[in-house]
Structure formats: C-alpha cells, structure tokens
Write a protein that binds this ligand. Structure first.
Ligand SMILES: [Zn+2]
Length: 159
C-alpha cells in the first residue's frame, strides 16, 4: 500500500494511492482543509464508528472517500461526483466509483501518516501555510493519528 500527498503548486496537492495493482490520482484544491480531513477520517477508524467519509474538492468535482472498517481491514472506495457545490449531500451511490481496495487498517494508517510526515519534512509548517494558504498544517491531527496507530497497530516500521 502506497500513498503520497505532494504540494504540487500554490493551492494544489497531488494525491496518489496504489495498492500494488491499481493506482488512482487526484489533484486536490486548497478550498477545503483536505489533509486534515484525511487524517481525521483515518483516525476515525480507531473509534466506535465503522464508516468514515470525507471529500476532496477537485474544482469542480468531488472525490468522496468512504472507509468501511471490517475487523482489522478497511474497505476503501473513492467515488467521483461532477460538481462538489451540488453533491455534498448526495448519496454515495450516485457517485462513480473510481478506485476501490481492501487493506489492513495498519497499512492504510501507516501510508497516510508517512505521507503527511513527508509533507512536513519537506515544507515545514511555515512552508505549508505559504502554499496551502487557507489552512495551517494539521499538526494536531497528525500527532493524534500517530499516537493511535503506534498504540493499536503495533507498527514495526519507522516513523
Ligand atoms: Zn506505522
């Protein structure tokens, strides 16, 4: 499982996910606090709710991530809606599924954490704010997910 989040230009991030067989890529706008929403969504997989949802604004499309926990695995579906300004309350089934995979929660959390840690290493908090403009780097969300992942998943990889 690989995941990357690269600040590709002022106000844009390139989000890539691949599971070894299929890849997906979106260009995400700074209109929402997207990296924070991603970290919070994955963090939610350590709480009582089995389903987490969050959306990235692709201007104008919406990329909606739906994470369903099944025992120690997570079923990930990314659905695309043509216009985020009208689709936020639209049921999942109306969107076009563009990528799906089932991975261990530990793998997903590790990949997302590693990507966020990489962003912080490259840009720092000041550099991040300079590029993402509307939102600060989600330091608290990153630390919360790291703490839960390390405590619950017994991760032997480096952080
Ligand atoms: Zn890890």
């Amino acid at each position: 499982m690989h995941f990357s989040w690269e600040l590709s230009g002022s106000g844009w991030a390139t989000c890539k996910i691949w599971d070894g067989s299929t890849k997906h890529r979106d260009i995400v706008s700074y209109c929402t606090n997207a990296l924070a929403d991603l970290l919070k969504g994955v963090t939610g997989l350590y709480g009582p709710d089995d389903v987490q949802r969050f959306s990235f604004d692709l201007e104008p499309a919406e990329a909606r991530w739906i994470l369903r926990r099944r025992n120690s695995d997570v079923h990930i579906t990314i659905r695309r809606f043509p216009d985020m300004s009208t689709s936020v309350d639209t049921p999942d089934g109306k969107g076009t599924p563009v990528w799906t995979s089932t991975r261990p929660r530990a793998s997903l959390a590790h990949a997302v954490l590693a990507a966020a840690e990489q962003v912080l290493r490259i840009h720092g908090e000041d550099g991040y704010l300079h590029k993402w403009r509307l939102h600060a780097f989600p330091t608290t969300e990153l630390e919360t997910l790291r703490r839960l992942h390390l405590a619950a998943d017994d991760c032997a990889l480096q952080h």
